[in-house]
Design a protein around this ligand. Structure first.
Ligand code: SIN
Length: 286
């Protein structure tokens, strides 16, 4: 059996080798992977050949899965898997296309948000299809002391959507919901400078994407502050660009990162399976 080894990615993230997720993951290997994940924010495991059930079994080791509100693209074998795809079959979409093509944090519009998202790459386009990640711990650390003091007590108001693009026909808006799905979406708050629930390290939280206001602040002032923080937090110096091969799995820490899909040619096939797990229940021995 190959031994688990870890190789840091630049400027952050870690790639694990010697892992075969088609077999049960030993507890000590799982602990090592999770420790590396929380330290580096992004964990990549390349070239896996696994079923929907095996993918889900891996995701469950990180936290409890939460099906996406867009239920028309749930995987036929399990609603906890969301199919992301631009492929059409018999004129019908086979998955959700252009999902999350703007910086955001998964499920930041829920009261109990996402701990981690894991993608399993099934079909890789000829050109592009990368995911961008932005390190929100580093972005917070670099803020001037006066800004840290200003945002410390603030609660951001979140709901489903992308505050920078509300045009539902746009490829960089949040994926549109039907009336029933919209009715399920709450308006909630999260701290703007949010301590990581596992590591305790403070990060800017979802300053791009679902944050639409700040409790007790006039709308225009809140929007200016969120925009200023988002511009700071998504600078190229905080970004990792992740390039997929077929079978690659990537897991990211939503409490430490913003992320964005990148738009591809709609005729260049791209398909991934996605499971998002909540900040609920034990996170492991860290
Ligand atoms: C997402 O934000 O869940 C999708 C990311 C991607 O497709 O690259």
């Amino acid at each position: 059996m190959t031994r688990l080894s870890l190789r840091p990615l630049a400027p952050f993230g870690v790639e694990a080798a010697g892992v075969d997720l088609s077999r049960p993951l030993a507890d000590d290997a799982c602990t090592e992977l999770l420790r590396a994940f929380y330290q580096h924010h992004v964990l990549a495991i390349r070239a896996q050949d696994i079923s929907a059930a095996q993918f889900l079994a891996f995701a469950r080791r990180i936290g409890p899965p939460q099906p996406h509100v867009i239920d028309q693209f749930h995987h036929p074998e399990d609603p906890n898997i969301l199919v992301l795809s631009n492929v059409r079959k018999d004129g019908q979409p086979t998955g959700l296309r252009d999902a999350g093509s703007y910086f955001h944090t998964d499920y930041s519009y829920l009261a109990v948000p996402a701990r981690a998202t894991t993608l399993y790459s099934r079909v890789v386009p000829r050109v592009g299809g990368d995911t961008l990640f932005a390190d929100q711990v580093a972005a917070y650390d670099d803020l001037p002391v006066a800004m840290k003091r200003r945002i410390e007590p603030l609660l951001a108001i979140h709901h489903y959507g992308n505050r920078h693009d509300l045009d539902e026909s746009s490829r960089t808006a949040a994926s549109p919901l039907n009336t029933e799905q919209k009715a399920k979406m709450p308006v909630i708050t999260h701290r703007l400078a949010r301590p990581h629930p596992v590591t305790g390290r403070k990060a800017l939280y979802a300053v791009s994407g679902s944050s639409f206001g700040i409790v007790g602040m006039p709308d225009d002032e809140a929007r200016d502050l969120l925009d200023e923080l988002a511009a700071h937090a998504t600078q190229p110096r905080y970004q990792l660009r992740f390039r997929y091969g077929v079978g690659d799995i990537v897991v990211w820490d939503n409490a430490a990162l913003l992320h964005s899909a990148t738009l591809t040619d709609p005729d260049d096939a791209r398909t991934l399976w996605r499971v998002t797990v909540l900040e609920d229940g034990p996170a492991g021995p860290f």
